[in-house]
Design a protein around this ligand. Structure first.
Ligand code: ADP
Ligand code: MG
Ligand code: ZN
Length: 475
């Protein structure tokens, strides 16, 4: 794609974790028996009236504050269109006066992505097409579940600031972490709690004007978002390089076949005939209430990364730091710092051994974790032994000293270590002479042989120090 720049803006719909729906008291719950959480309001029966859910507004404000938006007075509109999963034949949404405007989100690498707006709206029901390929055209029949109709959503619209599929994925990943941190969303993409539409265009490198965009729908994982964008960019570049033109349209991502296809063009776009919802009053958040919500928000992921990175002496965007915060493991780092143990070692162990057994995290207490780090730092356990003990702590629980004793682990140090080194040196006399003469890289050979000779029990850090000392002494 050389010579072309990708431009992406994302629209993310997040379901809010309220007990009830946006305008009625039906339960907001995923996975219930279809059409059991319904009432005259969310079924759109004549004469029923919506009543706004205060908790949903609270969550929308939390999202706005976390994304550095202005929280402003807003009103609801009716967005009119016909589809079987929308019983009222209109969706109550916000249009020209959304509750949150003009914010930003910071990616782990430091780039700021603009947030144009975030607004409240209700979800539609869910249609399942049975038979054929699961699409409406070739289905035998369709089933509709109205349990989701009226579930509160916040739609978050980014500015066209993203420049690659990787950046788009990083944005959604960060946004999801922020939404979960605010308590507004459970972030479960696999349950449809987070749904992403991608607006994609290309332009010649150096151009400041935007190209014509296509909006791609139906990606249900970060992986398919990345694939869909890569496909769409390649398609548009091929089209333009072949003398054609991108037409503005909505396209559908086909996960199984790995391509996008046209759903509807600009000409076929719905005319939604927006007008103000007459059954609801404007929402005017009291600034003092908004300030209270701001003050009560917990630390967001970017701030947590900075804290962990600082403690560990690492960069905030490093994979280990990002992983520790994504998995909510920063309390272990805090405990390590409080105990005066090695926070860098803590982050490495958390991002590797603990992250790979994250399902067993409940077995690991911060105090035991810190004790293990101490044993390793003091040379009572080798790195290999510490890893084994930590795996056992995660899978079965228990204290590190007990587990180490049960394994017969004891780092080989002191005289025993010196003796083991004597043997390794004697067995590799040639290499030793070259090492003493200045071939630094041979140190790895001695360490490797030592590890083998002691079945992994040698304290390798201590051994390396002894090797250097002996070489400096010229023997
Ligand atoms: P619509 O109401 O049709 O969805 P918006 O102007 O609200 O249109 O834009 C929707 C999304 O499209 C936003 O996320 C925005 O950043 C993005 N966008 C706008 N223009 C472009 C473009 N040329 N290329 C890529 N994304 C774009
Ligand atoms: Mg759109
Ligand atoms: Zn209802």
């Amino acid at each position: 794609m050389s010579g072309w720049e990708t431009v992406i803006g994302l629209e993310v719909h997040t379901e809010l974790r309220t007990e009830t729906k946006l305008f009625c008291s039906c339960a907001n719950r995923f996975g219930d028996e279809p059409n059991t959480n319904v009432c005259p309001v969310c079924l759109g029966l004549p004469g029923s009236l919506p009543v706004l859910n205060a908790r949903a507004v609270d969550y929308a404000v939390r999202i706005g504050v976390a994304l550095h938006c202005q929280v402003q007075p807003s009103i609801f509109h009716r967005k009119n269109y016909f589809y079987p999963d929308m019983p009222k034949d209109y969706q109550i949404s916000q249009y020209d006066l959304p509750i949150d405007t003009d914010g930003w989100l910071e990616l782990p690498g430091g780039k700021r992505v603009g947030i144009e707006r975030a607004h409240l709206e209700e979800d539609t029901g869910k249609t399942t097409h049975v038979g054929g390929g699961g699409r409406i055209h070739d289905a035998d029949h369709s089933l509709v579940d109205y349990n989701r109709a009226g579930v509160p959503l916040v739609e978050i619209v980014s500015r066209p600031d993203l420049r690659s599929a990787d950046e788009a994925r990083a944005y959604v990943d960060e946004l999801r972490a922020i939404l979960v941190a605010t308590g507004a969303s459970d972030g479960k993409m696999e349950e449809g709690s987070l749904r992403v539409d991608a607006n994609v265009s290309v332009r010649p490198v150096g151009s400041t004007a935007f190209g014509t965009r296509c909006e791609v729908k139906n990606m249900n994982s970060l992986r398919s978002l990345g694939r869909a964008i890569d496909y769409e960019v390649a398609r548009q570049v091929r089209l333009v390089e072949g003398g054609g033109e991108v037409v503005q349209e909505t396209r559908h991502w086909n996960e199984a076949e790995g391509h996008t296809s046209s759903m509807r063009s600009k000409e076929e776009a719905f005319d939604y005939r927006y007008f103000p919802e007459p059954d609801l009053v404007p929402v005017v958040p009291d600034p003092a209430w908004v300030d209270g919500i701001r003050a009560a928000l917990p630390a967001m992921p970017a701030e947590l990364r900075r804290g962990v990175a600082h403690a560990a002496g690492m960069a905030p965007e490093s994979d280990a730091v990002v992983t520790v915060v994504r998995l909510g493991l920063e309390p272990f780092v805090t405990a390590t710092v409080a105990a005066g143990a090695d926070a860098g070692l803590a982050v490495r162990r958390l991002a590797n051994e603990v992250a790979s057994e994250i399902g067993s995290l409940a077995n690991l207490g911060p105090e035991q974790f810190v004790t293990l780090l101490r044993m390793e730092s003091a040379g009572d356990l080798t790195t290999a032994q510490a890893r084994t003990v930590l795996k056992d702590m995660l899978t079965g629980g228990g204290d590190p000293a007990g587990i180490a004793a049960a394994h017969g682990f004891e780092a080989l140090g002191g005289d025993a270590l010196e003796a083991a080194l004597d043997e390794v040196v004697a067995d590799n006399a040639d290499a030793w002479a070259r090492y003493v003469a200045g071939e630094d890289k041979l140190q790895g050979l001695f360490i490797g042989r030592l590890r083998g000779a002691t079945a992994g029990k040698a304290d390798l850090a201590a051994a390396a120090a002894i090797l250097r000392a002996r070489r400096a002494a010229g023997c």
